[in-house]
Design a protein around this ligand. Structure first.
Ligand code: FES
Ligand code: FES
Length: 140
């Protein structure tokens, strides 16, 4: 089936199976910042924004994003304030989990509890202190 949506700010059409997850569909489009790790909604590595809210790509049927706005890290500009904050805080080691954290941070509002908001994102490198530092800069 064809799913028409807005993908990273542009109209797009994804050819998907009815049982296919958004994670697989986006990666097939070359959006490899969307990472498959646990594939059961636990780690946050596959986080994307749907209409500005973070969702797990591994748990979201691709067909359900028809008519909606999907954002991955590839859709952020180089001057994006969250990306800049992560760079300035050196908030990564291997970088595997970074796109998911960045997109979760994009959806945060001033005053949100940083630890609580990032609770669904796991970092195996253990960069939490730097990541929290970067995100605090963005929501303070
Ligand atoms: S790969 Fe989707 S939450 Fe882990
Ligand atoms: S930076 Fe390596 S898993 Fe998070």
């Amino acid at each position: 089936m064809k799913v028409e949506l807005t993908l990273n700010g542009r109209p797009a059409g994804l050819d998907v199976r009815s049982d296919e997850m958004l994670l697989a569909a986006l990666r097939r489009e070359g959006l490899n910042s969307v990472r498959e790790t646990c594939a059961i909604g636990v780690c946050g590595a596959c986080t994307v924004l749907v209409d500005g809210e973070p969702v797990s790509g591994c748990l979201t049927l691709a067909a359900t994003v028809a008519g909606r706005e999907v954002t991955t890290v590839e859709g952020l500009g180089e001057s994006d304030p969250v990306l800049r904050a992560f760079n300035e805080a050196h908030a990564f080691q291997c970088g595997w989990c970074t796109p998911g954290f960045v997109l979760t941070a994009k959806a945060m509002r001033p005053g949100d509890d940083v630890r609580e908001a990032l609770g669904g994102n796991l970092c195996r490198c253990g960069c939490y202190v730097k990541i929290e530092e970067a995100v605090r800069q963005c929501v303070s």
